[in-house]
Design a protein around this ligand. Structure first.
Ligand SMILES: [Fe+2]
Length: 128
């Protein structure tokens, strides 16, 4: 089982350590309520403030979105698509919720391992 890193593992560190954690941590950005059986979008962004390197030697390879133990979706990343410049990668997952969800994102850096977002609870409601 690989180790899963989170921002909070490094939150008590120096500015440099927190910047390292920021540029690796996926963040889920979405509404906290969703209408049942209606397309819903959740954006995942890696890094809130700091850009991550994006070279063939050091880059993110994939982003996954999970609902508890169920894989919702996965995006494979190619560093050449981003011009080899540092970047805060964003991707959007669109899916149709049936029941309330507990979403978590994972992102894999080929040099610094697997990073996990905070869990987000999405309340699913019925159309009125
Ligand atoms: Fe990295």
């Amino acid at each position: 089982m690989p180790r899963l890193f989170t921002y909070t593992d490094f939150a008590g560190g120096s500015d440099k350590v927190r910047a390292y954690a920021d540029k690796h941590t996926p963040v889920i950005i979405c509404d906290l309520e969703a209408e049942r059986d209606t397309p819903f979008q959740a954006k995942v962004r890696i890094g809130m403030n700091i850009k991550h390197p994006n070279t063939s030697e050091h880059h993110f390879e994939y982003i996954q979105l999970w609902n508890l133990e169920t894989l919702v979706g996965e995006v494979k990343l190619s560093c050449g698509s981003y011009g080899n410049n540092p970047i805060q990668i964003e991707t959007v997952f669109t899916f149709i919720p049936k029941v309330s969800m507990r979403l978590t994102a994972l992102a894999y850096c080929n040099k610094h391992g697997l990073w996990r977002s905070e869990e987000i609870f999405i309340k699913v409601y019925d159309k009125s």
